[in-house]
Design a protein around this ligand. Structure first.
Ligand code: BES
Ligand code: MN
Ligand code: MN
Length: 456
């Protein structure tokens, strides 16, 4: 791998320049206003694959945004790595909270600031550059397939179909993904668990029109008040979700497993300071790491209705809305949980309102076995590149395709992510450290080598 590492060193600036070009394309999958930009990003990536030395590349159309596929098969008898990533990004709103425009990347204090810098453009692009370095120096040790999608941030619905229809094409020995975070640069880690997701929208309707809040207030049920009542009843004083059946299938960890988790470094004071909060809150009986890693939860993501413009308008609104998400853990089924939530909301709705609940996307939780060949190669790669043994961690976020890969392709993923909490993914001023970008390219390169040696 010596020549590849030299190649990376000699091409550092160009790698970054190319990433900047990609970050300039506002590929927001959720907002149809950016549809052409999403395609532009796909075309840009295809071109970069072609320049990086792949055998073939293509833009695969879906019912939504396209998937970019590329591969290089050096020897069918060698192991094959399937790299997954996503080139779509979250909306950058609210724009006025950004210190510099979200789609005009800049470097400040050795960090790249832009929407998608870490999630996931900066991270999947490391794979293309690691690949280029190995291909250019004749050091490729495995066959490589790439599948970079444009709909991760909106639920990956069409990717699921693509995977089902292309099982032969996607045949591989492991899936490699950089779309998660590490504990810190001092304590590198490898993600071994992701939570699932169930996302819904609720519409509560009261009177048939907006009313004068003086003329009717106190006599007619206010759908926004009622929505708040309903929502606040969903979590009890112990931080437990009150929906019947919600915990029925939750995987409980053994005391040994919990003790193992507790070994990961965590500083509660730092955590609170970083978030600007004086106290934390969550399910009784569990630590912060457990609350995000192994416990399911429920949150309001947005709530609106009535008058929210400037000044005051005295109105008793006809409708109230909320977006709600539940984060799920192994053995919970997102479709089942979605149904439990819908049924429960209907059940607790008082007579003075009508409730409509619309399910959005969802996905299943995943756990990666630490005795898999891929995980072992990831540990070796970190040891080589960082001089430290990575700590296994369970992340609170979701990548629904990981469980789907297990189900459809029978393949485990290796979650070789390099983000940090301070990267502020999904928030204004998202960033990615240049150290992590280059260290990530190096670690990925070592992964290829150790995965190729797995049989020995
Ligand atoms: N890369 C994130 C998921 C993530 C972040 C996992 C940090 C672990 C650590 C991914 O792009 C994401 O944001 N996923 C969504 C789910 C999707 C279905 C919208 C999420 O977790 O909200
Ligand atoms: Mn991501
Ligand atoms: Mn994301």
């Amino acid at each position: 791998m010596i020549k590849s590492l030299e190649y990376i060193e000699n091409n550092k600036q160009r790698f970054l320049d190319e990433l900047f070009d990609l970050l300039r394309i506002p590929s927001v999958s959720a907002d149809s206003k950016f549809k052409n930009d999403v395609r532009k990003a796909a075309e840009f990536i295809k071109q970069k694959f072609d320049e990086s030395g792949v055998d073939s590349s293509e833009i695969c159309e879906t019912a939504g945004h396209p998937i970019v596929y590329a591969e290089k098969i050096i020897d069918p008898s060698l192991p094959t790595i399937l790299v997954y990533g996503h080139y779509d990004v979250q909306p950058a709103d609210p724009y006025d909270l950004w210190d510099s425009p979200p789609f005009e990347p800049v470097i400040k204090d050795d960090r790249i600031f832009a929407r998608g810098a870490c999630d996931d453009k900066g991270q999947f692009y490391m794979h293309i550059k690691s690949f280029e370095s190995m291909a250019a120096t004749g050091e490729l040790a495995c066959n490589v397939k790439f599948m970079i999608e444009g709909e991760e941030e909106v639920g990956s619905d069409n990717l699921g179909l693509f995977v089902q229809k292309n099982k032969e094409k996607l045949k591989a020995d492991v899936i490699l993904i950089s779309d998660t975070s590490i504990l810190s640069n001092e304590h590198p880690s490898v993600t071994v668990g992701l939570r699932g997701l169930s996302y819904l929208e609720i519409e509560v309707t009261g009177p048939n029109r907006d009313l004068h809040s003086g003329v009717y207030g106190g006599a007619v049920g206010n759908p926004l008040n009622t929505l708040c009542d309903m929502i606040s009843s969903l979590i009890d004083e112990n931080g437990r979700v009150t929906i019947p059946g919600f915990y029925d299938k939750v995987e409980e960890l053994s005391d040994e497993e919990r003790a193992e988790m507790a070994k990961a470094p965590f500083d509660l004071d730092e955590y609170k300071k970083d978030l600007g909060i004086e106290a934390i809150k969550g399910e009784a009986g569990y630590s912060t790491i457990e609350r995000t890693g192994i416990r399911p939860t429920l949150d309001v993501n947005g709530i609106w209705g009535g008058y929210t413009g400037e000044g005051a308008k005295t109105v008793l609104p006809s409708k109230g809305y909320a977006k709600i998400s539940a984060r799920l853990v192994p053995n919970q089924d997102s479709k089942e949980i979605t149904k439990l939530i819908i049924d429960h909301m209907q059940k607790i709705a008082p007579k003075h309102v009508k409730v409509k609940v619309t399910p959005h996307h969802g996905g299943e939780a995943a756990v990666i076995p630490t005795d898999s060949q891929g995980y072992i190669a990831a540990v070796k790669a970190f040891e080589e590149a960082w001089g430290k043994t990575p700590i296994p961690t369970r992340d609170g976020g979701s990548i629904p395709i990981v469980a789907l890969f297990q189900k459809e392709l029978g393949l485990n993923s290796v979650l070789l992510g390099f983000g940090l909490d301070e990267d502020a993914i999904h928030s204004p001023n998202e960033s990615y450290g240049t150290f992590n970008f280059y260290k990530g390219i190096e670690t990925i390169t070592w992964f290829h080598k150790f995965f190729a040696e797995k049989e020995n």
